[in-house]
Design a protein around this ligand. Structure first.
Ligand code: PLP
Length: 380
């Protein structure tokens, strides 16, 4: 199937797995262990922490979509980040995007740092700043989120991976916001791609899951070892939900991007709105770069209102948008980054980035765009 387009691959993910029954959808192999045919033989499956058919079908789908060697599914996006951070050693530094997902920030700041793996937070949309940060011999990793969260800044993936490679620094890209459908970091030189599959990949706000896609057999070996040795695996049922969700990824992403483009342009003209952050707007500083390095702009928008005192009303009065954390699902969500997703970030950094009382984040779903616009108009 690998010669077929990504739409075809994803629509039929897991469909040809069960040769015995011909099941068109991947069965849920809800089993902990597998019987051996005879001494010294295995069906290929021994114990579900090590490998499980339902999880493997998902992992193979992700590896193929991303153009990677192998993929590994984890219990959450943060479990995937944690498994990757564990590949480093005490004393190592990792250069990390400064305005990244709040939970990833917390993991680097409060979990990795006490173990001696030190994050160096940098604006990765500034290639020169990253180059300066990479000049220390202690830096062993570069962790990029692009577009960033919540400000949707764009990093030049190819330029950054090239500079990292020249210094033997490993590049990891969190591709949660765009997915392999819009953006392929491995083709731009990254070593590992990482996901919160809870978002666009699964896409239905019904599962928490994560994944790592490895570029080479060497990286597969190391990540696969960590997945089995530390054990933060995705269970069969959640693997199945993610696999089921991923079949409609292209349809959902196209619709979400179409809706987001219209709403971002409308918000940019709105008298009660101060700033809009959406990479699809020609005024966005990363717009041209994003057009060159990716196939799309995604469905996430951030915007700042002029009057912060209006924010509680907005959050409490929306009728179509749901006031909730998370993103990437069918349902449109509105989030208040300052008190929700980014509450654990350094206050000085929040202030410098203007992640403040005025900033709201939208995850645009697949609803009718007129209903979404009318809902925002009524609360603004
Ligand atoms: C949600 C998210 C994570 C964390 O994933 P979980 O599945 O919630 O653990 C990591 N990175 C990004 C960009 C996210 O949006």
């Amino acid at each position: 199937m690998s010669s077929h387009s990504i739409e075809t691959q994803l629509a039929q993910a897991g469909s040809r797995w069960d040769q015995r029954t011909g099941a068109v959808t991947m069965p849920i192999h809800q089993t902990a262990t597998f019987a051996h045919p005879e001494l010294g033989q295995s069906t290929g499956f021994d114990y579900s922490r090590t490998s499980n058919p339902t999880r493997l079908a998902l992992e193979e789908t992700l590896a193929r979509a991303e153009g990677g060697d192998r993929a590994f599914a984890f219990a959450s996006g943060l479990a995937a980040v944690d498994a990757v951070v564990r590949l480093f050693r005490p004393g190592d530094q990792i250069v990390v995007t400064e305005d990244l997902y709040g939970g990833t920030y917390r993991l680097f700041d409060q979990v990795s740092r006490p173990f001696g793996i030190e994050p160096v937070f940098v604006d990765t949309s500034d290639t020169a700043a990253v180059e300066r940060a990479l000049s220390s011999d202690r830096v062993k990793g570069l962790f990029i989120e692009t577009p960033t969260n919540p400000l949707l800044k764009i990093a030049d993936i190819a330029a950054l991976t090239q500079r990292a490679r020249a210094r033997d620094v490993v590049t990891i890209v969190d591709n949660t916001f765009l997915t392999a459908y819009w953006q392929r970091p491995l083709a731009l030189g990254a070593d590992l791609v990482l996901y919160s599959a809870s978002k666009y990949l699964a896409g239905h706000n019904d599962v928490v899951a994560g994944a790592v896609v490895a570029s080479t057999p060497e990286w597969s070996e190391r990540v696969g070892f960590m997945q089995n040795a530390a054990g933060a695996i995705l269970g069969p049922m959640d693997s199945w939900l993610t696999l089921r969700g991923i079949k409609t990824l292209p349809l959902r992403l196209q619709r979400q991007q179409e809706n987001a483009g219209q709403l971002a342009a409308w918000l940019a003209e709105h008298p009660r709105v101060d700033r809009v952050y959406y990479p699809g707007l020609p005024t966005h500083p990363g717009h041209e770069l994003q057009r060159q390095q990716a196939g799309g702009f995604g469905g996430m928008i951030a915007f700042a209102v002029k009057d912060p005192d209006r924010v509680p009303h907005i959050l409490e009065s929306v009728q179509v948008f749901l006031f909730a954390e998370s993103l990437g699902g069918l349902e449109s969500l509105i989030t208040y980054p300052l008190i929700q997703t980014h509450a654990d970030m350094d206050p000085a950094l929040l202030e410098r980035l203007q992640i403040d009382r005025t900033l709201l984040r939208l995850s645009i779903g697949v609803e009718d765009v007129d209903d979404l616009r009318t809902d925002l108009e009524a609360v603004l």
